[in-house]
Design a protein around this ligand. Structure first.
Ligand code: SF4
Ligand code: SF4
Length: 403
């Protein structure tokens, strides 16, 4: 999806804050509206950081800074244009939370905190559902479905005391609920065993608790609620510092001219609607192509001349590449058995290739690990989706054919 072109009046500054790479941008922001967005209030108007600009069925869109916001339409795309003239960050004063369950839910609703795990929804909606069911259980884990950054490290370096206290706080406001706490690496040696991609919530839950993301089975949907490391980082900022959800860690991976990935961990904490132009001086002399989201998910390839504005609800990764990435071709299966060996539910994904045995479709939790590990680049993810959701696939095919 293309965002509209920005205004020309940008200025920028970069700074390092503590151990975090944080990039601040002064100028204009372009915050996408989609067809489901209801804009909120009059435009143009002055707004403060965290004020509500729009509401969608899944979340609230908040102002990324103090400034003047207006609504514009360009290239058939609606967006909020925010011209910043004040702070991008509120003050970080620690507040001891003295809240009951309703007060807690209201606070995360006010700050627009979003679930960044498998449940793309406002955290307020997600935890309200959790609070309703007597049998519901909550998993707190530093694992995420992201290759980078490492949120186990980030949580321990940024908010060690808050991480240590979160479990007690949640237990006090949800006294009858079972809470599984995998946040403290000193108490839970297992955290080291689940490095990406094995740390993705589906795999982690299946291996550690023998439960999938929906509960014991999908008909029991909602029994297990999962908060991963990235969501918890934002929850802590909201709960202990009253900081609205307007920024996110954007991890940057660099691929050289020979297709090798530079393994250094790089990430920036950037604001919703911020232009990727801030990367110009740092990376773009060398890297001419970029794409969003991680290596194991398809994504549109863009040139560095394309303008793009960060959408914190959709993207966590930016891949920069010297050359235009080539389309991955599937090679013949070598029968190495890696796909079956990694499958956490013994669903037998190899059966999808050879038809010599049965693929246990109901067991498959769609963790994507068979695709990730297959050395022949076989796209199990699409094959499984075709089997599980044939109607959705047909709709997509219809759209493609009509395009
Ligand atoms: S991992 Fe790929 S190459 Fe190996 S057995 Fe499975 S499908 Fe075949
Ligand atoms: S078949 Fe593949 S996607 Fe399904 S559970 Fe096994 S490894 Fe995960």
């Amino acid at each position: 999806m293309r965002f509209p072109l920005p205004s020309r009046s940008f200025s920028r500054r970069h700074h390092e804050k503590g151990k975090k790479n944080e990039t601040l941008w002064q100028g204009s922001f372009q915050i996408l509206q989609d067809e489901t967005t209801d804009s909120f209030g009059d435009f143009p108007r002055r707004v403060q950081l965290g004020d509500v600009l729009g509401i969608t069925p899944t979340h609230k869109i908040l102002s990324s800074a103090n400034g003047i916001v207006e609504q514009l339409k360009e290239n058939n795309q609606n967006y909020f244009k925010l011209t910043q003239d004040g702070s991008l960050e509120s003050k970080h004063n620690f507040i001891e939370p003295k809240l009951d369950a309703n007060g807690f839910l209201n606070l995360i609703e006010k700050n627009g905190v979003y679930s960044l795990d498998y449940h793309k929804t406002a955290l307020w909606n997600y935890l309200t559902e959790f609070a309703k069911g007597e049998e519901n259980e909550l998993v707190l884990s530093s694992h995420t479905n992201r290759i980078s950054p490492n949120f186990t490290k980030i949580l321990q370096s940024d908010y060690p005391n808050e991480v240590a206290n979160l479990d007690n706080f949640l237990s006090s406001i949800f006294p009858n609920k079972k809470i599984h706490n995998f946040l403290d690496p000193t108490k839970n040696k297992i955290t080291g065993r689940y490095k990406y991609p094995l740390g993705i919530p589906d795999y982690f839950l299946q291996k550690e608790l023998q439960k999938n993301i929906y509960g014991i089975d999908k008909s029991d949907k909602g029994r297990i609620f999962f908060l991963g490391g990235e969501t918890i980082w934002h929850l802590i900022r909201c709960l202990y510092y009253d900081i609205p959800f307007t920024k996110r860690h954007l991890a940057i991976e660099c691929v050289d001219g020979n297709g090798r990935i530079d393994g250094r961990e790089r990430y920036f904490l950037i604001s919703n609607g911020q232009s990727f132009r801030f990367l110009d001086k740092i990376f773009f002399k060398k890297y001419k192509y970029l794409s969003l989201n991680s290596f194991d998910q398809p994504s549109r390839i863009m040139k560095r001349s394309d303008e793009y504005f960060y959408n914190i609800y959709e993207e966590g990764h930016l891949i920069l590449s010297v050359n235009h990435p080539r389309q991955n071709r599937e090679l013949p299966c070598t029968e190495c058995n890696d796909c079956d060996a990694i499958c956490p539910t013994q669903a037998d994904p190899q059966a999808l290739i050879h038809n010599r045995s049965e693929f246990y479709i109901e067991s498959c939790i769609e963790c994507g690990l068979c695709t990730f590990y297959c050395p022949s680049g076989i796209d199990f993810r699409s094959k499984i989706k075709d089997l599980k959701y044939p109607n959705i696939e047909q709709t997509n095919k219809g759209l493609t054919a009509n395009a």
